[in-house]
Write a protein that binds this ligand. Structure first.
Ligand code: NDP
Length: 449
């Protein structure tokens, strides 16, 4: 059954469709949040009075700009870049930059919208924003990536600042790209403003455990969901999609907690290794050599590679989507449930389609949506900002402990909010309402701005 919006929310959603034509991912993200908010408006009439929902769906500022750059042969290329500063009721805009050919305004807006609620859930003083470009870093030399990043920052620097807008990485933007972007920001502003970027290298203002945080956090979240059902991860068979930053660290933490991870993927296909994936091998192939995941099966004969395959076809008890949006559809969800999957936690942003989410909820499995389950990344970015502000550098152990506490708090908050609003066990309702309440109350308090 498709969930319906109540009479107050439907016209607001229709208006979002009308004002933002052709932005399917943004529509999807907004609808998913609005579906949870009916009972909130009944309990808090002040939100309707102050038009908080209409305001929260409209970004405070959207910046679109041209990025010209030259490749190694001297040929000129033109890309388009975006920074959407969505909501700053709780703090400076905070959210990553994505470099991928699929990036357009609708993707950046969906990510920015999600980020507002996710950042609120962390309990830390950060607003929500997101950015990116349709630039494809794959196959480009370091020098080309550097020239592109420098050109992009030559425009974007004027919109940033440690008290204004603090970007980080996302798909296609790792430490290399953050370095080039931060370096150009420093040059343009003549300021060593560490707090303006997170995901930095350890030698130049980065935080320990930031790289690991999103993947580790998603695993802590799934552990908490299982604990709430008197289960744990020990011995559980798991699959993880993707083989990037989030996926690799999710695999690392799952293995550390005694789970057996048997499949992961990249956009070309998936590998299955029933004995358990060898993480060192994946790290070398993906992080050091920057090659494709099929190399794993070429090197390790007991593993198999399925070109174009998705990990959702592999029977498992726990599934972590850690690649990209809408990578897990209704058919995948049905297959997972039929194969005995009991928990799904989203390391990626909006990886499950609305039909997939509905199937997980109907089946009563523990389902942790991205805005709660992958909040460990941005939470640790906020911890990086704290370290920068105090000119301090924390140990890995201390930072990870803070991360774990934050994720346990998010889990508890989502869990308890779902109970309070009559939907026990429904983390989608819990996350949407808990995140919305925090931002909504702040927006009312700050007046009509
Ligand atoms: P990376 O670029 O490091 O990795 C993305 C991975 O997903 C790559 O292995 C990529 O493969 C793979 N991938 C992309 N599309 C598909 C597909 N259709 N099927 C299978 N695999 C695919 O990005 P991150 O790990 O940083 O980000 C992954 C997700 O997590 C994104 O949704 C991001 O928004 C979200 N996220 C990231 C955070 C972070 O801290 N990095 C924080 C919170 C959320 P290929 O190399 O072939 O493209």
């Amino acid at each position: 059954m498709v969930r319906t919006l109540d009479d107050t929310l439907e016209p607001i959603f229709q208006d979002v469709l009308h004002r933002n034509p052709g932005e399917a991912e943004f529509h999807q993200a907004v609808r998913e949040v609005l579906e949870s908010l009916g009972p909130v408006l009944v309990k808090h009439p002040e939100f309707a009075e102050h038009k908080i929902i209409q305001r929260i769906c409209e970004p405070e500022r959207q910046i679109i700009f041209r990025v010209p750059w030259q490749d190694d042969k001297g040929e000129t290329h033109i890309n388009r870049a975006f920074r959407v500063q969505f909501n700053s009721a709780l703090g400076p805009y905070k959210g990553g930059m994505r470099f991928h050919p699929s990036v357009y305004l609708g993707i950046v807006k969906f990510l920015g919208f999600e980020q507002v609620f996710k950042n609120a859930l962390t309990g830390l003083p950060i607003g929500g924003g997101k950015g990116g470009s349709d630039f494809n870093p794959k196959g480009r030399s370091d020098a080309e990536v550097m020239r592109f990043c420098q050109s992009l920052m030559t425009e974007m620097y004027r919109h940033l600042g440690e008290y204004t807008d603090v970007p980080a990485g996302d798909i296609g933007v790792g430490q290399r790209e953050v370095g080039y972007l931060f370096g150009q920001y420093k040059r343009m502003t003549n300021r060593y403003e560490s707090g303006v970027f997170t995901g930095k290298g350890l030698d130049w203002g980065g935080s320990r455990a930031r790289k690991e945080a999103t993947g580790f956090g998603a695993v802590y979240f799934v552990r908490e969901m299982l604990r709430a059902r008197n289960m744990d991860l020990e011995g559980k068979t798991c699959v993880v999609s993707g083989a990037g930053d989030v996926a690799i660290h999710a695999i690392e933490k799952l293995q550390a907690l005694g789970a057996r991870v048997i499949a992961c993927s990249d956009s070309g296909g998936m590998i299955v290794d029933e004995h358990g994936l060898e993480l060192d091998r994946i790290r070398r192939i993906k992080e050091v050599e920057r090659r494709r995941i099929h190399v794993y099966a070429e090197e390790q004969s007991r593993a198999r590679y399925i070109k174009g395959g998705t990990v959702w076809t592999v029977p498992c008890e726990v599934a972590l989507p850690c690649a990209t949006q809408n990578e897990l559809n209704g058919e995948d969800a049905r297959r997972l449930v039929e194969n005995g999957c009991i928990a799904v936690a989203e390391g990626a942003n909006m990886p499950t389609t609305p039909e997939g989410i509905r199937l997980f909820r109907d089946a009563g499995i523990a389902y942790g949506p991205g805005k709660a389950a992958n909040a460990g990344g941005v939470a640790t970015s906020a911890l990086e900002m704290q370290q920068n502000a105090s000119r301090d550098s924390w140990t890995f152990q201390y930072t990870e402990q803070r991360l774990e506490e934050i994720i346990c708090n998010i889990h508890r908050n989502c869990h308890d909010t779902a109970v309070e609003f009559g939907a026990p066990g429904d983390y989608v309702t819990g996350a949407n309402i808990a995140g919305f309440l925090k931002v909504g109350h702040a927006m009312v308090a700050l007046g009509l701005i």
